[in-house]
Design a protein around this ligand. Structure first.
Ligand code: C2E
Ligand code: CA
Ligand code: CA
Length: 750
């Protein structure tokens, strides 16, 4: 061994020694930084400086791989020019991309002794050369799983190849880099986990499979308060003992099998109070792989459930009485009937009772709405006390209650229940010192006897209830065949009525009205006639149907159109005739209809092109109910009609609400005493007194009076004595077709 070689070997030994000692120092510095939880950037920075200090002339850099593993990002390179670092940041990795890009892509060390000539640098050499960098050795930083985390590179300003020691150094640096990165990441994750654990908005409990508590997060303590204080065990059987036993059993069974379980249980809050818990329990092996652990994720869903219950309650219950509402009532019946139909259980039945408080509108109007509400509550309470178990009581409309009785019940049982309802309701109610004697009309329908269709059952019970109302209220009634037939006929007539206007199957009849003084025809009332397939349908039958269906509006308009046309023709011929037409209260129900009513006359006059149409030849016969309802508007409307000259007559006087005060205030011209009064004249002095009273009152109010339904000489004599102005009745004329009426008029005039 020559001296030079000796020296060299000696130097090498010295180098190796210093290398070793500084390497140990480096490890300890970096490790202590890692353990102290220093930020990764700082650790890498100090690693780079330590390597640079170890081998003078080195400019070292750490690049970190991006999350998508496709790029390299700056880690630490304090000695490289900033411009260079910026240019490198984000460079895409690839087997032929410089030294670091290639090292990261291949996972292998890349030594480039001469950047200027190396093919890997061909495309980007300007960059390092400008920064005075001529060689670059790069070592991939690889983690314990063999994944590339980044690169550690050493640059020089001369062309340079590494010695064995250099290679050791670069390897060591990469290892330290890997350690720092991996540990910092783990620490970061651990911190994140513990933060999540403490901030988690749900309870988290970790136990061993023998229920020893390992961890409890703050939220669990908040939910359960003192329940878990000082506890070392978490026993699900105890904590969830108030749960549905079936659900609890299913949870425990799943746990023994090591399955994950999710469901709703009832947990303890404190002082024996409970809460609704949504629970997810997962079994896992602990870190050492020795024992099974359980993680319990527990969310308090009480509020959420309460809110849901409230929403459900509001959707299905009536706010005033808290009874089921109409929707809930119908749903229940639909469900029940659907079930019966589906399973074809023909031996099972059910019944529907509809109960309506008699004269509720009157009570409500006279006592005020608050007291009306109090009565509804009282009725609801009374009905609740006698509702049999398993039945559903509901408030289905203003003053209408429904009772659904599932299962087969005999007719006698239903009768005794209905009687009990009538009896219970009849007890006096005292509201604001007033004694009210409520009563109810009850209609009953049964499945499957009456119908198997829910709508029909409801409809039929309702028909039966209205039948009770017609017959005097405060009673019960089963739906029967006659009601069914009536209902069918009503439906049939309503359908045919709709077509009748188009087919022009209506005809006008004229009943002359005779002046008492002259015994001459002074006017005629137009009465509508309808023939359906050769059958004559009485207006007493079809007018109410037209009113219910709204068809009365176009029908009424048609009648007035005919009447005005005849008046116009006769007037132009020089033999004018006064006509009266009937108008239904239903034709004024809305503002819109009222406007339409007025517009009809304006339009009619418009088509005639005459300014002085003799509107005084037209009388509109209205009924008392019109004046009872919407005072203000109707008064204006009648005034407008009268301004044109149209006469207003109150038909069927005395049969309606019989509030006389409106006669003084309302703009009317005459009244017609109803035929019911006239026909009772011969029955006794009281009936006669009534007609006398009506006639003298009307005279006093300067209203003209027509007696309707005069059939006999006695009736005629009587009404004449009482200063009636005109007579309409079979005694003189029955209603007749138009042609007959005009023949009659001709004869009278000639
Ligand atoms: P109303 O307005 O009271 O019409 C008088 C009814 O009494 C007519 O019955 C008429 O035929 C009948 N009548 C007249 N004199 C006598 C008599 O001496 N003895 C008896 N027993 N009856 C007599 P009608 O034609 O059956 O009409 C019944 C009801 O139908 C009318 O009662 C009226 O309220 C309604 N009505 C008829 N046509 C129309 C119409 O075009 N529009 C509206 N809204 N209702 C109409
Ligand atoms: Ca009439
Ligand atoms: Ca009448």
């Amino acid at each position: 061994m020559d001296s030079a070689q000796y020296i060299s070997t000696n130097t090498e030994n010295y180098d190796v020694l210093t290398h070793r000692s500084s390497s140990i120092e480096r490890y300890s510095t970096i490790l202590s930084m890692v353990l102290a939880g220093s930020p990764l950037r700082e650790i890498l920075h100090s690693l780079v400086l330590s390597i640079e200090a170890q081998k003078i002339g080195t400019k070292a850099s750490v690049l970190l791989i991006s999350n998508d593993k496709k790029r390299l990002l700056n880690g630490a390179a304090p000695s490289l020019p900033e411009e260079y670092n910026q240019a490198i940041h984000g460079v895409e990795i690839g087997p032929e991309v410089g030294s670091c890009g290639a090292a990261a892509a291949t996972g292998k060390r890349i030594i480039v002794e001469d950047i200027e000539t190396h093919p890997n640098w061909a495309a980007f050499k300007e960059l390092p050369l400008k920064a005075g960098l001529k060689s670059c050795w790069s070592e991939p930083i690889i983690d314990s799983n063999g994944e590339v985390l980044g690169t550690f590179a050493m640059y020089y300003d001369t062309k340079k190849s590494p010695s064995d020691l250099d290679l050791e150094l670069i390897q060591e640096a990469a290892k330290l880099g890997s350690l720092s990165i991996e540990r910092s990441q783990a620490l970061h994750l651990q911190r994140l986990t513990s933060r999540i654990f403490s901030k988690l908005p749900m309870g988290l409990v970790i136990t061993t499979d023998t229920h020893s508590l390992l961890l409890v997060n703050p939220m669990f303590k908040t939910i359960t308060r003192d329940f878990t204080a000082d506890k070392t065990v978490f026993e699900p059987e105890v904590f969830f003992e108030k749960s549905d036993p079936k659900v609890l059993a299913s949870m425990l069974k799943n746990l023994t099998r090591g399955n994950t379980w999710q469901g709703e249980l009832t947990g303890y809050k404190r002082n024996g109070k409970t809460f609704d818990a949504e629970v997810t329990v997962t079994t896992f092996r602990d870190y050492h792989g020795e024992q099974n652990c359980l993680s319990w994720l527990i969310t308090d869903i009480s509020e959420h459930k309460d809110a849901n219950k409230l929403i459900h309650f509001q959707a299905n219950n009536d706010a005033l009485t808290s009874l089921a509402n109409r929707r809930c009532f119908l749903d229940k019946i639909y469900d029940y009937v659907w079930q019966l139909e589906r399973t074809k259980q023909t031996d099972i039945a059910c019944s529907v009772l509809l109960m309506d408080i008699d004269n509720f509108k009157l009570i409500n109007d006279s006592l005020g709405h608050e007291n009306g509400d109090a009565l509804l509550k009282e009725v609801s309470d009374r009905l609740t006390t006698i509702t049999p178990r398993g039945c559903l009581l509901a408030r289905i409309a203003g003053d209408e209650f429904g009772l659904f009785i599932p299962g087969k019940v005999s007719e006698n049982q239903l009768i005794s229940l209905a009687k009990q309802i009538n009896l219970t309701i009849a007890d006096v109610v005292i509201i604001e010192q007033q004694h009210i004697h409520p009563s109810m009309s009850i209609g009953i329908s049964r499945y499957p006897d009456d119908s198997t269709i829910v709508e029909s059952l409801i409809n039929f019970a309702s028909q039966a209830m209205y039948d009770v109302k017609l017959k005097g209220r405060n009673h019960y009634q089963f739906f029967n065949e006659t009601m069914q037939k009536n209902a069918e006929r009503t439906a049939y007539l309503q359908m045919e009525l709709g077509k009748a206007l188009n087919k022009e199957s209506f005809e006008l009849y004229f009943q002359p009205i005779v002046s008492v003084d002259s015994i001459q025809i002074e006017k005629a009332e137009i009465l509508l006639r309808w023939q359906l397939n050769g059958e004559f349908i009485s207006p007493e039958e079809f007018i109410p149907i037209a009113e219910q269906s709204g068809l009365i509006v176009p029908i009424g308009k048609w009648v007035r159109q005919q009447a005005l046309t005849i008046i116009a023709e006769q007037w132009q011929k020089g033999c004018p005739i006064a006509l009266a037409v009937n108008v239904s209260t239903c034709e004024f129900l809305t503002d819109e209809l009222q406007k339409e009513f007025i517009y009809f006359f304006e339009e009619f006059v418009g088509t005639l092109a005459v300014s002085d149409f003799p509107f005084d030849l037209l009388t509109l016969e209205i009924t008392e109910s019109l004046m009872m309802d919407q005072h203000q508007n109707i008064e204006c409307l009648l005034n407008q009609l009268r301004n044109w000259g149209i006469k207003i007559s109150v038909d069927d006087f005395g049969t309606g609400y019989s509030s006389l005060s409106y006669l003084a205030n309302f703009p009317v011209d005459q009244i017609k005493i109803d035929k019911a009064f006239i026909q009772k004249i011969e029955q006794g002095p009281r009936h006669r007194a009534l007609v006398e009273a009506i006639a003298s009152m009307s005279n006093a109010l300067e209203l003209a009076v027509t007696a309707e339904g005069v059939e006999t000489q006695t009736q005629l004599d009587f009404v004449k004595r009482n200063h009636v102005d005109a007579i309409q009745g079979y005694f003189f004329y029955k209603p007749m077709p138009q042609a007959d009426f005009f023949d009659l008029l001709d004869k009278q005039n000639n």
